[in-house]
Design a protein around this ligand. Sequence first.
Ligand SMILES: *Cc1c(COP(=O)(O)O)cnc(C)c1O
Length: 419
Amino acid sequence: MLEQLGISEEVNNYFIETEKVLKGKFDEIDQICEYNSMKVLHAFQHHQIAMNHFGSTTGYGYDDIGRDTLEQVFAKVLGAEDAIVRSQFISGSHALTVALFAFLRPGDKMLSITGLPYDTLHEVIGIKENKSSLKAFGVQYDQIELIDNDFDIDSITSYLQKNKVKLIEIQRSKGYSTRESLTIDKVANVIKKIREVDKEVIIMVDNCYCELIDKLEPTEVGADIIVGSLIKNLGGGIAPNGAYIAGRKDLVELAGERLTLPGEGREVGPTLGINKAIAQGLFLAPSVIASSLKTAIITSKVLEDLGYEVSPKWDSKRADIVQNIIFHNPNDLINYCQGIQFGSPIDSFVKPEPWDMPGYDDKVIMAAGTFTQGSSIELSCDGPIREPFIAYQQGGLTYEYGKLGVMRAITHLLGNKNA
Ligand SMILES: *Cc1c(COP(=O)(O)O)cnc(C)c1O
């Protein structure tokens, strides 16, 4: 079977040996998975989810009891007052955009305290010129860099004492940067410090890739609002598309009015038959996330042992499902991504090449042999073709499929090394 899957015996043996070392780490992940499964199960039971919630609406989507109740289930899982969970959000970036346009008004100021935000938000904010940006509507923007992979608390608090800020954005996952992702403890700490000097400012967290990694969500440690994608963690690989915004009720209402229209807000939005998939995706999410974490950890350990630079290391505390391999040359990055594609269930016969993607500044190579287009809770790997040539790998619907994909990628990488 290994030969048929294009996995070398040498690589397979590495994995067998490595799994023994990872036993304790995997047990920790299983414990968090069990805890989060309890959270999810309790939310389903508390809101009495039943078959009638899997019904469908078309057209305006009035009185969609499944949609409305599932939003309450998401809110409960996330420890939030309320949530809007819709397929009308095209992506995580769209939900972030809706949230920003919903909360900010001309003359207001937005402050990022995690440095430069995710690539797709540059034109949204106006960091990169766009006629439809927040900047074009008169919203000001400023940012404070992280120091040593943590918040610059002194600069943040003194900035807030000197300036009126309407909204603070915290991006937990690293995006296409080289910094570390931010654990819930670090987020909790900075929120506490912010509240000591500013009780009013809206604290919004880009929670993409970070849901259910730990036992707490940012909304449980004082964040006003969190945003994430359903083709990442909380969709569990089953949701066909969509995103969520969860947190304070008044803010969720504002987001609804911006997503649809003032006056109709959350009352409209047909679900077109996806309620069951949304529910089932959330139900599976804790264990799919655990599989993704295990896939990331074994990738990190094996590649480090083979002499590659990796981040995070296998035994460090993780904040998200993303694993970086820093290749320092374009060939290894491209070969590795191609290997992930060859190890996928869908389009395994396709060879991905770097290309210019809308919203991104550099050419990007993307391996995504996924059931859902662009889904990155499924095993996927991508990287901008720029120094130091970092692969961003994430996902794995099951640990077994995740591992098999990575074994194929490593076989391909080692077989195509530069002479
Ligand atoms: C994935 C991601 C997003 C949103 O990406 P979409 O592809 O638009 O869903 C935003 N921020 C971070 C940090 C991300 O990782």
